[in-house]
Ligand binder design. Sequence first.
Ligand code: ATP
Ligand code: MG
Length: 350
Amino acid sequence: MPGIFFRGHHGANAPVVPPQVPPAPQDSSEEAEHPMTDPLPFARPSVEEPVPENADLEAAGVAVAVEVEEAVIGPTGRPTPVFPDPPPLTSHGHARVISMCNQKGGVGKTTTTINLGASLAELGRRVLLVDFDPQGSLSVGLGLNPHDMELTVYNLLMERDVRIEDVVVPSGVAGMDLLPSNIDLSAAEVQLVHEVAREQTLQRVLGPAIEKYDVILIDCQPSLGLLTVNALTASDGVIVPLECEYFALRGVALLKTTIDKVRERLNPRLEIDGVLGTMFDGRTLHSREVMERLVQAWGEKVFHTVIRRTVKFSDSTVAGEPITSYASTSAGADAYRQLAKEVALRCLDA
Ligand SMILES: Nc1ncnc2c1ncn2[C@@H]1O[C@H](COP(=O)(O)OP(=O)(O)OP(=O)(O)O)[C@@H](O)[C@H]1O
Ligand SMILES: [Mg+2]
């Protein structure tokens, strides 16, 4: 007799986590056996396969300046390269626009936007952060009061006489500015539906900032609605933060389908810049298995840098500043500094 989790039950006996998407057509036989949404146990290879030095980076075409010190195996199960400090910029502008995107909530999108931005600013990049989530966490996380904002991204999107320089505020970090948001932005999702070229609205209003900044990071809300499609349409790249937790793997196929659709229909230059493991706990087999599964599924797209779980991130949010200033010498701050170098090498200076 089937148990209560038997596939096909409904009502009170339905599985706790129903499948989210119909299985996408798989092109490799291994993927067909274990698709991303399949709630099966992980493959646990008993023998570690030797990984050729830097094979993943070479495949991505970014190996040029990377040295590998005595093949130290990192948390992603691959040899960890040493990422050099990027050379100082001689001029600014031609910003790369990168969205932090995952429709799952609480995976570290906002934390990554703040701390990657602050770390890139430390490296001399001019950074603009865009709070594109009506929850306004990015703005609050940088010490702003949501009730004190005169102009927000909402005004920029919906009012033709509002210019980007009217909305930009300093973030408190040298070299990093912010386009703030609050709950007003939730109205934009509804109102944009009636606009001409509704998916290109953010791209249009961000236009004047491209020549002023080196990198623009957009913090998306946890949904794949019209705001997120606007963010993807305005972007050159996407970074997908993923909590190192099994449920985090679910829904990734849907995210990938959305990115593919935006690339095909709206924005042919859109690339996946990388997948970032967050809230990693190296003491648990579970975190290590999720990391292994991520590398199996996304290959060289997975950043070598992994962000470990530490309460310092919540503390720094309460303090309203990035971890790079709140706990400058902490492991969390160092991890985001390393990520900034990896991102610079992989997609800013390439
Ligand atoms: N590496 C980490 N270790 C421990 N806590 C973390 C870590 N990264 C983020 N957090 C905490 O987890 C919570 C969720 O993080 P965050 O707000 O960055 O996620 P999010 O994906 O932006 O969420 P949402 O989808 O709601 O916008 C926050 O309280 C944050 O402080
Ligand atoms: Mg967020």
